[in-house]
Design a protein around this ligand. Sequence first.
Ligand SMILES: [Zn+2]
Length: 184
Amino acid sequence: MPSTSRVRVFVDADVLASPVPRTILYLARPLSDYELVHSLFVETDAERHQKAAHIPVSTLRQRWDWQVVPDAESEYISGLTDTDDKDKPVLGAAIAARATFVVTANVRHFGAGDLSAYGLSAVHLPALFVAYRDLFGPPTPDATHRPPAIPFRGVRCIRCARHLEDEQASTTSLCDTCRADVRP
Ligand SMILES: [Zn+2]
């Protein structure tokens, strides 16, 4: 089904390779206002990390008609400064695809300067879902997984995708309006 979404979310390899987070993300998509994309570079990287018994991401992509965007061209990669080298092709493709968010298990690999320069946020999956509390209910403390040190970094509010006022906000994932709205 074609997406009517407004907010484009670029899915990193570590999320694509993890069956449960990936399934939650894609099943929730029609209920949200985001569309999901990834590049073939990311898909290849995800398949390298998949367990042998798992269905390859490329098979899932074809089966469910997941949207692929072009890999990053070198101009996008060479323009990046404080993102880990390994993740520059990821962020470069997300920028070229005009994504607002990169959903990833490793927010810390994405540089605050690069995210600010290109107007994106890198978001850990549970943090992205804070934006959809009305669908999923209030967050409950996760006793089984240790939360990441950095669940969010960037300049886009995870709820409304507006630019955050503090351009360097590395941990403030909601704008003032949304923060007031989601307060319990
Ligand atoms: Zn907001």
